[in-house]
Design a protein around this ligand. Structure first.
Ligand code: ADP
Ligand code: ZN
Ligand code: ZN
Length: 851
């Protein structure tokens, strides 16, 4: 192979294609598909990835620039991942370099660095000089430096180092810029560029004997008595011979000797000090209780054997595992992983970032020990890099991590598990805007692996795909586990109508029921979890007397309150109306902007229950690294009566003494301006209810709501997922929302509002025009399978961000048409025609965040 096709790291659209480079003879053995290379591009050196190799026919090689350097001994990407990146770029309309980079730890985002070495004319300088580094005039006049002596110093400095970065050189010779330039021009120094990684491998110094133990014992007998400290070190190393090499730091600490003592011993030739590479281990020093496979319940057994059969056959198949909270899904995951490892293959476990608590990690490390690599954003960049290396170097066989772990560089992947598959955090909100579920399915398809999507509340997309077997994404096999593994019942859920509370004169945020339940827990010394769901900048208007919420007549989502214009707007279709002073339903004045902070709830708790111990967990109290774990640890140790928080407290926690879960306002999730609001409410209530009574003590859940008649609240309190899905699907079908169509959210931004408006109108018109030509355009009401509709442009929910105005269009489509390609093509054309005006267009395929 003589030609490499390389995707370069240059962030403009015109470079979003492979460029050809010739492969120098010396690099031929090293370059593979997936290699990271340094290549010349324009006047710079940039990082790139080899995506294919070709043998050059005579003549085709002329004019090709050669690859400069291969940056890793083992290519960081496999051909399989390179192919996956290509697919991702097409599916999510993003640049190929951004897909490739999303697969690697940030430590490998190399940047070009200028390197200085001696040039061809360097020898002339020292030959002419002849003094070889001896500068008599400087000894006579130490303050005096002329250009010539400065040149000699610099030459010596570079000669000794072989190669130095421009940065190092300017640091050592801060005033020599002119001289260095002069030397470069004359060829005394020469300049090249290389790619330097942000982060290196970590190395530590270690001590080892230079001889076998027997010879060392003999040598010890003749050891000079004067050097008692050195003798002590030598003796120690002989005793520890089986453990060698030992980290120098530990030797110093244990024996309380100085580095000088050890150095002295090395000079005598008895020992040697070397360096070894180590992995930064984020879980170092922690013990994980080993766990053995549990005998499965009947329900678990039937699910397990179904999946195990597929794993054994090394077939690609997707399973949707719908199991109620506490049904023992994790045990199924663990045993399926074991099955996969027995086949000599590897496994990836994806969990939402928020549930990567020590509890979760413990369950996997406890079963599979150090073969588990953990990847999440709370690790340092160095730790993440090392966990990733453990996988690539074959030292780990199981990866547990948040969404990007789907790219774990395993070479023989047999199983991908996605826990809580309905979680929105699986969708990345920056480029590439991928959904880890779709990527997981695609990757598993490539390598003949099984996928388990697990949840107590599967997303409607996945569930519908499993039921109808006709979805365009994938068709999972549905497996259900309706009962809890330990046999204890799901907790009783009581819904409190907050309108009644107001009517009876209770203006507090706590209903009488929740107040009494809390008091009981305090008396009995049991614990309570309180959920206050308030996310984003949700600003809907609600009547506290009757529960009325203003919604869009077209789209049936909550209208958003805009205080400046004092009106209500729909950010799907643009419908606007004035904000009401009185409730249009019941005429009450208690209609107002809705929302309470966790801090206010905490204050109120303190007033109602003097001395109550509350741990508050929200974005404010969990910014520091490790704070999340610390707070949960305190709660587990019963240092608090109440754990109060946002949706962070709803997921995955398992505390035996929690017997009460209170949801302060179920409605704040229900009235988000998002067509998934009901689904999110149902999921959240189900999850948080699952935190109560998981062990011996029975649990109780109190849900406060102003709209207790809403089907998501009724079905959540009855633990009836199937009934919820039935109602919700009916609703979605009528209004043409996923899973009955797919969405593309296109956001245009610009500093000037009038220009942006015109460009956004243009975008919408061009899409509609092209879709008409292709006979795609039309309302989704029509029965035809292929259809495309466009809503907007309207101001985005965040109408201005960082000085830029934002407008959006929503494309709804269905069938086998290439709607993504169309959205992307029209965006590219508009960007080209509006070049230099600073227009930015972002495309979000299958968006999750619609607020
Ligand atoms: P899920 O992930 O479905 O919410 P978990 O895996 O956390 O459920 O299981 C709930 C509880 O049941 C845990 O305490 C777990 O140890 C226990 N459990 C699961 N399977 C079994 C089993 N086969 N036998 C005994 N206990 C089990
Ligand atoms: Zn009202
Ligand atoms: Zn609307």
């Amino acid at each position: 192979m003589d030609i490499a096709k390389v995707i370069v790291d240059v962030p403009v659209r015109s470079t979003d294609r492979p460029f050809d480079y010739s492969i120098p003879e010396s690099l031929k053995l090293w370059i593979e598909i997936g290699s990271r290379v340094a290549v010349p591009f324009g006047h710079r050196t940039v990082q790139g990835f080899v995506v294919s190799l070709e043998s050059g026919e005579t003549g085709s090689m002329s004019g090709l620039k050669p690859i400069q350097e291969v940056l890793d001994l083992i290519p960081p990407l496999s051909p399989e991942l390179v192919e996956l990146a290509d697919w991702m770029s097409r599916k999510y309309a993003c640049r190929r370099i951004s897909s490739l980079q999303a697969m690697l730890p940030t430590a490998l985002k190399g940047k070009a660095e200028r390197l200085i070495s001696l040039g061809e004319s360097a020898d002339e300088l020292s030959a002419a000089d002849g003094t070889d580094g001896f500068f008599p005039e400087e000894e006579l006049f130490p303050m005096f430096t002329d250009t010539e002596s400065e040149e000699r110093e610099i030459t010596e400095f570079v000669r000794r180092a072989g190669e130095v970065s421009m940065k190092q050189l300017t640091r050592s010779f801060p005033d020599a810029a002119e001289t260095v330039k002069f030397m470069l021009r004359r060829g005394v120094l020469s300049e090249s560029q290389s790619i330097k990684d942000k982060m290196g491998k970590k190395k530590i110094k270690v001590v080892d004997l230079t001889m076998d133990v027997d010879s060392a014992r003999e040598a010890l007998d003749g050891f000079p008595a004067r050097s008692a400290r050195q003798k002590e070190v030598f003796t120690f190393l002989i005793e520890m011979a089986a453990m060698l090499p030992l980290p120098l730091k530990e030797v110093l600490a244990v024996l309380q000797v100085t580095a000088g003592t050890v150095k002295g011993l090395e000079e005598k030739g008895y020992i040697e000090i070397g360096e070894i590479e180590v992995y930064r281990d984020p879980y170092q020093g922690r013990d994980f209780k080993p766990s053995k496979p549990l005998p499965l319940t009947l329900e678990q057994q039937s699910v397990y054997s179904r999946i195990a059969a597929t794993v054994d056959e090394q077939q690609h198949e997707v399973f949707l595992l719908h199991g109620v909270t506490g049904s023992g899904k994790t045990e199924i995951y663990l045993q399926c992983i074991q099955r996969c490892l027995d086949q000599g293959r590897q496994a990836v476990v994806l969990v939402p970032e928020i549930s990567l608590t020590p509890q979760m990690v413990e369950r996997f490390k406890g079963r599979f020990g150090s073969g588990v690599a953990v990847m999440h954003s709370r690790l340092s960049a160095g730790e993440r890099y090392d966990e990733w290396r453990k996988i690539r170097e074959g030292k780990a066989t199981v990866a547990v991590g948040a969404r990007s772990a789907v790219f774990a560089p395993f070479t023989n992947l047999g199983l991908i598990i996605m826990d809580e598959e309905h979680e929105t955090s699986y969708k990345q909100e920056e480029n590439p805007k991928y959904h880890a579920r779709d990527v997981a399915v695609r990757r598993a398809e490539q390598c003949g692996a099984a996928v388990i999507l697990g949840s107590a509340t599967p997303s409607l997309e996945s569930y519908h795909a499993a039921r109808s077997q006709s979805d365009i994404h994938f068709s999972p096999v549905l497996l259900e586990m309706p009962s809890r593994a330990l046999g204890n019942p799901l907790p009783k859920v009581q819904v409190v109508d907050m309108r009644e509370e107001l009517k009876d004169g209770n203006r507090s945020m706590f209903s009488r029921r929740l107040h009494a339940a809390l008091a009981e827990r305090l008396e009995r010394g049991e614990q309570t979890v309180l959920l206050l769901n308030r996310r984003g900048f949700s600003t809907f208007v609600m009547c506290r007397s009757c529960g009325y919420v203003a919604t869009c007549p077209e789209c049936d989502i909550s209208l958003t309150f805009h205080s400046r214009s004092n009106n209500l707007r729909c950010h799907y279709c643009g419908h606007a109306e004035p904000a009401p002073q009185l409730c249009p339903e019941c005429g009450s004045e208690h209609i107002r902007f809705f929302g309470t902070g966790t801090q206010r709830v905490e204050e109120e708790l303190g007033k109602l229950f003097p001395g109550i111990r509350v741990i508050r967990m929200d974005v404010d109290t969990t910014t520091e690294k490790g704070s999340h774990e610390k707070l949960l640890g305190q709660f587990r140790d019963k240092k608090a009566d109440v754990l109060l928080g946002t949706q962070m407290v709803a997921k995955g926690l398992d505390f035996p003494d929690v017997t009460l879960v209170g949801v302060i306002t179920a409605d704040s999730a229900l009235n988000l301006p998002d067509f998934r609001a009901a689904e999110k409410t149902f999921q959240l209530l189900t999850q948080v209810a699952g935190r109560a009574g998981r062990h011996q003590l029975p649990g109780e859940v109190v849900v406060q709501s102003y709209t207790p008649e809403h089907y998501s609240i009724i079905h959540a309190s009855g633990h009836d997922y199937h009934a919820f899905v039935r109602d919700e699907l009916k609703h979605r079908r009528g209004l043409h929302y996923p899973p009955y169509c797919r969405l593309i959210l296109v956001t245009l931004s610009h500093e000037q509002l009038p220009l942006l408006l015109r460009l956004a109108e243009n975008y919408a018109l061009n899409i509609q025009g092209k879709a008409k030509q292709l006979r795609w355009y039309g309302s989704l009401d029509k029965l035809s399978a292929d259809a495309l509709d466009l809503l907007g442009p309207v101001a985005s929910p965040l109408p201005r961000l960082k000085g830029r105005y934002r407008f959006q269009c929503m494309i709804k489509w269905r069938g086998s048409i290439d709607a993504v390609g169309l959205a992307r093509q029209v965006a590219a054309e508009l960007e080209d025609s509006a070049r230099d005006t600073g227009l930015q267009i972002s495309i979000d395929v299958d968006p999750q965040m619609l607020m």
